[in-house]
Design a protein around this ligand. Structure first.
Ligand SMILES: Nc1ncnc2c1ncn2[C@@H]1O[C@H](COP(=O)(O)OP(=O)(O)O)[C@@H](O)[C@H]1O
Ligand SMILES: [Mg+2]
Length: 259
């Protein structure tokens, strides 16, 4: 197993956001975490990459315990995160955004990353080669010198994924990569996710609301609801699982009620 989560719990005041969650991610797979709004999906990601510290339980990556480690250390071990809301430097070019992601995986962090220009070390030349490979892979050549803020939403999401890939991860955590996208952008992103998994051989842990994407891409799916794990299985098993259907019916009822 690449990632193993056991009995993970975290509470915020009165809310138990995760209740003894256990699941594992196998090397090479695309594993999706789904569940209605507020189920605990983003919180789970925040625990895995060290932004939140779980109250109890265990997380190990390549058989090495990581719970309690700092986010930058976890990133260096090979877990990269693309965020649900785009977190890019909007005034900086695509190229510089990707270069600075590499920088933050280097020793001196963001400050040094901002100073990378003009330096000419072997490390930076290698880093630049890797970044150029990612730019080609994600078909960002035409916009590499453009400020990220000037790009379409779909392209910004792709750059956000590129930033995570620039850290050279073994495991990519990606939170709602197609949210807010039109159907063409969604298809493109799904294709890139598959390519990242198959060609770059990066294992993916995906949180996604768009069920078509989850069904098409996932090898396995874990379902959360109100902080509990309610199911795990293949996309087909999940699609016909009574508790899962019930959880989503509850959600659409909430939507109707709030309209
Ligand atoms: N930093 C926080 N402080 C307080 N409550 C939080 C915090 N982060 C998440 N929560 C709560 O944890 C629950 C799960 O949230 P979240 O993980 O964002 O859900 P999801 O991503 O599945 O929609 C929600 O009830 C949310 O309000
Ligand atoms: Mg979320």
């Amino acid at each position: 197993m690449l990632l193993r989560v056991s009995d993970l719990s975290i509470r915020f005041g009165g809310i138990e956001a995760l209740k003894k969650i256990s699941f594992s991610v196998r090397k090479g797979e695309i594993h999706s975490i789904i569940g209605p709004n507020g189920a605990g999906k983003t919180t789970l990601f925040n625990c895995i990459n060290g932004i939140y510290r779980a109250s109890s339980g265990m997380i190990s990556f390549e058989n090495h315990p990581i719970l309690g480690e700092k986010p930058h250390k976890i990133a260096r071990l090979g877990i990269a995160r693309a965020f649900q809301n785009i977190e890019l430097f909007k005034g900086m070019t695509v190229l510089d955004n990707l270069m600075s992601a590499r920088g933050s995986s280097m020793k001196y962090g963001l400050f040094r990353a901002a100073l990378y220009a003009g330096r000419c070390s072997r490390e930076e030349a290698r880093c630049r080669d890797q970044v150029e490979t990612i730019i080609d892979f994600l078909d960002l050549q035409n916009v590499r010198k453009q400020p990220v803020g000037s790009l379409s939403y779909g392209l910004q999401k792709r750059v956000e994924m590129g930033r995570a890939l620039a850290m050279n991860p073994k495991l990519l955590l990606i939170d709602e990569p197609v949210s807010g996208m039109n159907s063409e952008e969604t298809e493109d992103m799904a294709r890139y996710l598959l390519d990242v998994n198959e060609e770059m051989q990066i294992t993916i842990l995906l949180v996604e609301h768009e069920m078509g994407v989850v069904m098409d891409l996932s090898d396995r799916v874990t379902v959360l609801n109100f902080g509990n794990k309610i199911a795990e299985g293949s996309p087909r098993e999940i699609a016909i699982h009574p508790e899962v259907i019930q959880a989503y019916l509850g959600e659409s009822a909430d939507h109707t009620a709030s309209v």
